[in-house]
Every structure is written in structure tokens, then in C-alpha cells.
Design a protein. Structure first.
Length: 193
């Protein structure tokens, strides 16, 4: 049987290593524990949020927030965490229109049948990062993004805040900051020349 302490220990290890193993692409934003039992052992839930900012690939510079929670700490680490992308995104393996309280991302390691008790929160973050570099068009979850035709261009359009396949996207904050920084840097370089 797991306890909230097992999840807390795993989370503390994640907090210490997330920057190095993710090459600065993942950052913990917030965490919270909740329980309907004062002992913290029954119906306990552990939740945290992570920002992912890919250093390369089609999502370069975009920032995407994920909410990750261990629904039942008594089953940790036997059961995988629930992972939801909170940021509007054009991605074949992330369903932005899924409004349930279950995972809205599709990556094999987070499936109940694949996850093992040897996996941990770092495994979860690595799996999310993997999706940004290796979108899987053979196992799509999103009905909007289901083809690799013009994929890179459509991702860029969505990050800019454009309309893709009739769906409007909010400009991605991380991508916009990176774009403005690059433009300012280019102007300074031109002025210095």
C-alpha cells in the first residue's frame, strides 16, 4: 500500500532533478495535497503543475502547462498519474477538447497496462517531453490533428494564435515571448553593425 509520503518523496526527488534531466525544458509551477481523511491516508490526492518549454522541434519556445495528479496515493506507484494539458495546443496525442477528469494525453508509458511500479514522476515528465519531439500519428488522440501533412506549419500557425482547421488558438505565451526577444535581439545586432 502506498501513502502520501511515497508520493511526497518522489516529488521531492523530482523537484531536485527536473531541471537537469529535462535540460531546463520542464519547471514545477505549483503543488498541492488534498485528503478527505485527517490522517492523509484515505482518499488522498497529490497534484502539481509543470510548464514544458521545448528547446527544439516544432514546438520550440512554446510553453505548455500540464496538471499532473496521483488520484489515489494508496495505489502509488502501481497506478500511473493522471496528466492533463491545460494549454490550448495543436498536437495529435493531446486532446484539448476532452473535458473529463482523466488524462488527455496519449503516450504508452502512462497507460495502466504499461506503467509499472518502477516508474515514477520523472518517468511521467520524460513521457510528456517525448510527445513534443516525437508526435505519434499512428496513435492519435486528437480528432483535430490527425495527419502529419503540413504538421510543422500548422503547429507554428497555432502557436502564433491563428486558426487551424477552423479552430482558433490563443497565442502561446512562451512562443510570443521568445519571438519578441528574438526580434529585439535582431534589432540590437543590426544597430550595432
Amino acid at each position: 500500500m502506498g501513502t502520501i509520503r511515497k508520493v511526497q518523496k518522489d516529488f521531492c526527488r523530482l523537484a531536485k532533478t527536473i531541471h537537469s534531466f529535462s535540460d531546463g525544458q520542464a519547471k514545477i509551477i505549483d503543488s498541492e495535497e488534498s485528503s478527505s481523511d485527517p490522517s492523509g491516508e484515505v482518499d488522498a490526492k497529490f497534484t502539481f503543475e509543470v510548464d514544458i518549454t521545448p528547446n527544439g522541434g516544432p514546438y520550440l519556445g512554446g510553453t505548455f502547462r500540464f496538471k499532473i495528479w496521483v488520484e489515489d496515493v494508496s495505489r502509488w506507484p502501481q497506478d500511473p498519474p493522471v496528466v492533463r494539458c491545460l494549454t490550448n495546443i495543436y498536437h495529435p496525442n493531446i486532446d484539448q477538447f476532452d473535458e473529463t477528469d482523466s488524462s488527455n494525453i496519449c503516450v504508452n508509458v502512462l497507460d495502466l497496462c504499461t506503467w509499472t511500479s518502477h516508474c515514477d514522476l520523472e518517468t511521467c515528465i520524460q513521457a510528456v517531453l517525448f510527445l513534443f519531439y516525437e508526435p505519434n500519428f499512428d496513435d492519435v488522440l486528437s480528432l483535430v490533428c490527425c495527419s502529419d501533412e503540413n504538421f510543422q506549419e500548422l503547429v507554428q500557425e497555432s502557436l502564433r494564435g491563428g486558426v487551424v482547421d477552423g479552430i482558433p488558438y490563443q497565442p502561446n505565451e512562451g512562443w510570443m515571448k521568445r519571438k519578441l526577444f528574438k526580434e529585439k535581439s535582431d534589432q540590437e545586432n543590426e544597430t550595432a553593425s
